[in-house]
Design a protein around this ligand. Sequence first.
Ligand code: GDP
Ligand code: IMO
Ligand code: MG
Length: 432
Amino acid sequence: MDFRSLGHTCVVGMHWGDEGKGKIVDLLTEHFDIVVRYNGGGNAGHTVQIGGEKFALHLLPVGVLSPGKAAVVGPGIALDLPRMLEEIATLSQRGIEVGDRLKISDRAHLVMPYHKKQDALSEAALGDGKIGTTARGIGPCYADKMQRATALRVGDLLSPDNFREKLRRIVQQKNALFSAIYGDSEPISADSLADEYLGYAEQVRRNICDTTQFLYENIQAGRRLLFEGANGTLLDVDHGTYPYVTSSSTSALGVPAGAGVPTQTIKTVLGVTKAYTTRVGSGPMPTELHDDTGQYIRDRGHEYGTTTGRPRRCGWFDAVAGQYSVRVGGVTQVAVMHLDTLTGLDRIGICTGYRTPNGPLPGFVSDPALLAAAEPVIEYLPGWKEDLRSARSIDALPANARAYLDRIGTLLGVPITIVSVGPERTQTLLRS
Ligand code: GDP
Ligand code: IMO
Ligand code: MG
């Protein structure tokens, strides 16, 4: 793989999140100067394993783990400030100083405790119809951003009196709303919340800036940008399985707006997918396996959420959804993760189409009812018994594993340039 030729690159998930974006961003960081988060917030959980040591980041861009690299939290982020401060403190205890390398957009929106409360109350009220959110306040924060009058941005923290005044008004509304709609009887105190957040602001004051200008100047100076997508393309608010999605633009389409760079900035869109498919939360998943094979994949792949610890739903690789993600987000090359997890299966399925009682579907559809009714058309390939975790080149993989990768590559129609056979940086196979 020729890293120099990548240009400004975006790493995005091709399914419903947790594809292994964190590992890929970490791997690529040494070839870039700045790592930029542009969407989502604390709902993301990006795991990186370096020499047996695990790091799980939710708000900080993975680039902060690499010494000397700058990290940007862009305008499109829903920022849970206390959680980010916890991440910074935890890293510091582990010998990694974030310091001035972190730039936080003054335009990013603050996730406040009442957003998390609203998330939880709304989900509880939905009962069986719940979205299955991560309860990190993402939906309510972005709803307030669009509503405008009830929003707070990072930049608001820099004017304490205005912040306090605004917060009083918003909290009054939230308390009234929670009581009227959900029968909630525990009002939030605006003043103590203001004290708390203005305290946090002091800790990050030097990090807050106009990141759009920062990125512009760095692009002009020839620095290389790596955009770290959160969530996955099928969770995109416009293009995913709505309403069972998150509330941001999760594919490369989200980069220009969420990071504040011109559309033509990105040269490479690296789509990340597992060698199978997983999903957390509610919503249709045509290839889900409810049998022992699904459990086998969950156990071998440690498929439990990084953010919430929930068991992930597991199923065969969904090439129809993958093709859709390639098309929607303009994926130019693919990283296939967790190939090692499939070891030991006699045969491995790939979903190549969807059928319904009314005939085949033309491809991926975002209508949840239609998708829920879809039966996957599964093509089976022979499995392999060899442990792949110590393989160090694609040529060293068993023939059946190579044939499986080739089939995925053919179906997606874009080259597979990275294959991952374990969580460590070293367990990564590159193809030029
Ligand atoms: P992200 O949200 O896309 O960054 O993915 P997560 O970090 O939530 O989940 C991916 C999990 O798989 C993490 O625990 C990684 O350490 C792990 N992982 C990544 N690549 C591989 C791989 O190739 N094989 C195995 N066994 N684990 C992997
Ligand atoms: P990373 O970046 C997996 C899912 C939630 C839920 C839906 C809405 O680690 O891949 P939200 O809290 O965003 O309102 O939840 O989206 N979800 C994710 N699933 N990985 C993620 O992020 C996710 N971010 C959101 O499970 O179904
Ligand atoms: Mg994750």
